[in-house]
Design a protein around this ligand. Structure first.
Ligand SMILES: Nc1nc2c(c(=O)[nH]1)N[C@H]1C(S)=C(S)[C@@H](COP(=O)(O)OP(=O)(O)OC[C@H]3O[C@@H](n4cnc5c(N)ncnc54)[C@H](O)[C@@H]3O)O[C@H]1N2
Ligand code: MOO
Length: 641
């Protein structure tokens, strides 16, 4: 079957306008539902109160109901005795009806009661209607409680019930049906141990359903449909003919040999848009079948979410007569250059944190297939279509994905990678307040540069000075001269050769890297591990260029371990815990010190003190030792300068 190449691309704004001009006026029908079940629903008509509240004059305090006039003149010098036994004063509790002849309440604390309860003495008067909630003080019958188009919150339900509205007219929830397609997809529930080779776990349908439900929709997910033109077509037709108000067909939206979505929609109805100049989300399809909106959402998980948020969520809101507000933003300084293709509006997932008095934004990876770029992000940077990107140090607008105080508590940690940072991050989250630790990896020297530019709170570093065997201090002196930088030892750890289980190539020392056909994977220049390797090679007078793979590098210990596990290479230099994590073997080479470096100005901040507190707990040490390949003998020690 012929492949479908994109129609002309539309900008996001054009696509939204086209789609909304077609469907944006179409609200769902109104229905009457019990008020108790109406949270989150949107009123379809004005709601007026049937009852007043309070519906009677009621005591606002526990005490004695009186006629205010009977208390006039009471003072410390001229206390007044009120008769309870004759009904001059009547004991009431908060919320009780006020006796008909009374007009005020004296708080019980201000009454000296006689032992027999027959009288009470007061030393101050009350004024008329003091501590009384009068009829209709809160709600007057017939008054407007909510206009049309109000989304009901929990407090609103309280007002509905109090105002006598047992039922309320609301917009029906739009019905959304999601059709996941792809012959490669399997359900995790069917393969809990591991998916069969070449199969992908279906996840988008549930994610999209969650977004649609958050937007007020009622969602159904169909079984996974395999990539067969006729099957998808039949299924889509049946779904459109059902009660669905909007149909989402996931994946098969781009140019692959089995990407049928666009042709199927075209055959059954009409294509409004295929291709939007956004990334991720480019191959999104907006179509119409039998007057119903049908959206082809791209398969990559991040593309799917962005397409859904930009095009479907606002439409679902309109269908219910509400409007979505844009997310809160902060201005932040960009920690890295971000080149971007002109003509494409890019959505970059970011981590933002506050350092001193400014926000700093660190970009995460770009790949639309990586869902963790969204789960790790706390902000989003939109690079406008007209822009060729943003540069390091520039102030940019970040849309927040978390409440601002959470972004302000986020600890930006960069530099070298170590698995203990995950332990630290986990324990920091158990603190109160919770401090999210966001680590990105740029190597030890990269961490020093980030510190220099004020782009991180912490930098992990293990830079060996071959001259004297010291770690980090001489590098700080050289690269951060004049700056107050503190170093706190996190761990000592074993560095060595990560090898497949059983060490089939018998790697025993650095000399074995030169063995016949041994494939090695290196770490990037500027990483402490690379410095260590180069130092060891030089010490043994060995020629790096004779190592097969010396010029191939990875950015983390785990990436090296994955390269070994996948059989791509025979070995790489890394930490033992990375080998352990993937069930690989490990040949120790040296023990090294790994420190966290931080600006002295931040040392006394609650955030850094929280980090130091966690590092010094027995829980942290135990969890680190359990990873294997670590010693915590100097953990938490401030390194002398
Ligand atoms: N030659 C071209 N190839 C691609 C282009 C292009 O312009 N030319 N665009 C790329 C872009 S951008 C995107 S986004 C994707 C969109 O792909 P499709 O919508 O056609 O989706 P598939 O190819 O079927 O799947 C992509 C990817 O996503 C996984 N997937 C699909 N459904 C699910 C699901 N329900 N849960 C989890 N994961 C899912 C699927 O297995 C694939 O890995 O196309 C690029 N290609
Ligand atoms: O748009 Mo694709 O949506 O870039 O990954």
């Amino acid at each position: 079957m012929q492949r479908k190449i994109y129609l002309d691309m539309h900008s996001r704004e054009e696509a939204q306008r086209l789609f909304w001009s077609r469907f944006g006026q179409r609200t769902t029908e109104a229905e009457t539902i019990p008020s108790r079940l109406a949270r989150g629903r949107v009123t379809a008509a004005p709601v007026t109160a049937r009852f007043s509240s309070p519906s009677f004059h009621s005591a606002a305090m526990d005490g004695l109901a009186v006629r205010a006039e009977d208390t006039f003149g009471a003072s410390d010098d001229t206390p007044r005795t009120l008769r309870i036994d004759t009904g001059e004063a009547v004991p009431v509790n908060t919320g009780y009806p006020l006796p008909p002849d009374k007009n005020a309440v004296i708080m019980i604390e201000n009454v000296l009661l006689a032992d027999d309860g027959a009288t009470g003495v007061i030393r101050a008067p009350v004024y008329p209607w003091q501590h009384v909630r009068k009829v209709g003080e809160d709600i007057v019958a017939t008054e407007l409680l909510f206009p049309t188009g109000h989304q009901l919150r929990p407090a609103d339900i309280g007002a509905l019930l109090t105002g006598g509205c047992a039922t309320v007219r609301v917009r029906k929830r739009p019905k959304v049906v999601i059709i996941p397609t792809g012959s490669e997809l399997v359900r995790l529930e069917d393969y809990p141990d591991a998916p069969p080779a070449g199969k992908t776990i279906e996840s988008n349908a549930t994610v999209l359903a969650g977004l649609a439900e958050q937007a007020g929709a009622e969602v159904a997910i169909t079984p996974i449909i395999s990539d067969d033109f006729a099957t998808i077509s039949r299924h889509l037709q049946a779904t459109v003919a059902s009660e669905a108000d909007l149909v989402i067909i996931n994946a098969g939206s781009s140019a692959g040999s089995a990407d049928y979505t666009v042709r199927i929609i075209e055959q059954l109805g009409e294509i409004l848009v295929h291709g939007i100049t956004i990334m991720p989300g480019k191959p999104t399809i907006l179509g119409v079948i039998d007057h119903k909106p049908v959206v082809g959402i791209p398969g990559y998980p991040v593309s799917a979410i962005i397409a859904m948020e930009q095009l479907v969520v606002p439409l679902l809101a309109r269908m219910q007569g509400v409007h979505v507000d844009p997310p809160a933003t902060v201005q932040a300084v960009l920690a890295k250059d971000l080149p971007s293709r002109s003509g494409i509006e890019e959505f970059r997932r970011m981590i933002v944190g506050r350092i001193d008095d400014r926000f700093v934004a660190v970009p995460l990876k770009q790949g639309a297939g990586a869902i963790t770029t969204l789960t790790r992000a706390n902000g989003m940077l939109r690079i406008a279509a007209a822009s060729e990107g943003e540069i390091h140090g520039r102030e940019v607008t970040i849309e927040l994905l978390v409440p601002r105080p959470q972004a302000e508590r986020t600890i930006l940690c960069t530099g070298s990678h170590d698995l203990c940072l995950d332990v630290l991050g986990d324990l920091l989250r158990k603190q109160d307040p919770a401090y999210p630790l966001a680590s990105t990896h740029v190597g030890s020297l990269g961490g020093l540069m980030a510190l220099k530019q004020g782009m991180c709170h912490l930098a992990g570093s293990h830079l060996l000075d071959p001259m004297d065997g010291s770690y980090n201090t001489s590098y700080i002196r050289k690269h951060l001269a004049g700056r107050d930088i503190r170093a706190v030892t996190l761990v000592h750890r074993e560095q060595g050769f990560i090898v497949p289980k059983g060490n089939p190539k018998n790697i025993a020392s650095i000399h074995d890297l030169f063995g016949e056909g041994i494939r090695f994977i290196n770490r990037q220049a500027g990483s402490g591990t690379r410095v260590l390797l180069d130092y060891e090679l030089e010490r043994h007078h060995l020629d790096p260029d004779a190592i097969l793979g010396y010029d191939q590098d990875e950015y983390t210990h785990m990436a090296v371990a994955v390269a070994v596990l996948s059989g791509k290479v025979d070995t790489g230099l890394g930490i033992k815990s990375a080998a352990n994590a993937l069930g690989l073997d490990f040949v120790p080479l040296v023990e090294e010190r790994y420190d966290l470096l931080l600006p002295g100005e931040l040392f006394d901040t609650p955030m850094i003190q929280a980090v130091l507190t966690v590092i010094n707990t027995a829980d942290f040490r135990q969890a680190v030792e359990a990873l294997g390949g670590y010693s915590t003998r100097e953990t938490g020690r401030l390194v002398e300068r």
